[in-house]
Ligand binder design. Structure first.
Ligand SMILES: Cc1cc2nc3c(=O)[nH]c(=O)nc-3n(C[C@H](O)[C@H](O)[C@H](O)COP(=O)(O)O)c2cc1C
Length: 197
């Protein structure tokens, strides 16, 4: 019997903020480090590379789903799991994230049902905020949105509170509790992604 090489697990990390110095981009980078340490193939994208108009049904029926939405969907499809790290805006998701999800949910490639990409891989969700709730209300909203797309959203999540004080000079998480929560989430994402692979 020969033992084949196990194909590496591929995880996509999507920050929900384009802002220079974003607290969420820093958390996304910390998650990338954890995933790399776990021998995962990880890619972090910027939604700035997938500019999309606000969803409009007339636009979709007139010219179809924009190319960037199709590309983003295919990027997600090329990975075994996804981590979204997003700010909380007024207790919910930023339009950047919601609009990307809305457009991706409209993509239907050949031999697929619409939104299939959400159902075939696990999603992990995390947020960073300067406040004490750490974006927990956004995570509640995001979990609902992804669940409506019938995604598997893993139970472990990370709401990083007081995020202005959470990183050291190298932008690494500096509080053991935050590191533990990040590691627990990453481990669970890897486990579920392996199971669904
Ligand atoms: C429109 C808007 C609404 C916001 N609402 C919330 C909120 O409900 N809860 C919260 O913790 N922070 C809120 N914030 C503050 C953000 O958490 C903060 O700006 C954070 O740094 C944004 O994430 P980023 O650093 O990754 O860009 C809000 C910011 C903006 C611009």
């Amino acid at each position: 019997m020969t033992i084949g090489l196990m194909a590496a697990l591929k995880i996509l990390v999507i920050p929900g903020s384009l802002r220079a110095g974003s607290l969420n981009a820093k958390l996304a980078a910390a998650a990338v480090d954890e995933l790399v340490r776990a021998d995962v193939d990880v890619i972090r994208i910027s939604l700035g590379d997938y500019p999309l108009p606000i969803y409009d049904g007339d636009l979709e029926s007139g010219s179809g789903v924009p190319k960037h939405a199709v590309n983003l969907k295919r990027m997600i499809q090329a990975h075994h799991g996804v981590l979204i790290v997003t700010p909380e805006y007024n207790a919910s998701l930023p339009p950047l994230v919601k609009n990307a999800i809305d457009w991706v949910s409209r993509v239907q490639d050949n031999h697929e049902t619409r939104g299939q990409v959400f159902r075939e891989r696990p999603f992990a969700i995390a947020a960073a905020s300067g406040g004490k709730l750490g974006g927990a209300r956004c995570l509640q909203a995001l979990r609902l949105v992804l669940s409506a797309c019938r995604a598997t959203v893993i139970p472990n999540q990370l709401a990083l509170s007081f995020a202005n004080d959470a990183y050291d000079d190298m932008d690494r998480l500096q509080h053991p509790g935050d590191i533990d929560a990040l590691q627990a989430m990453v481990r669970q994402l890897i486990d579920v992604a392996q199971q669904m692979k």
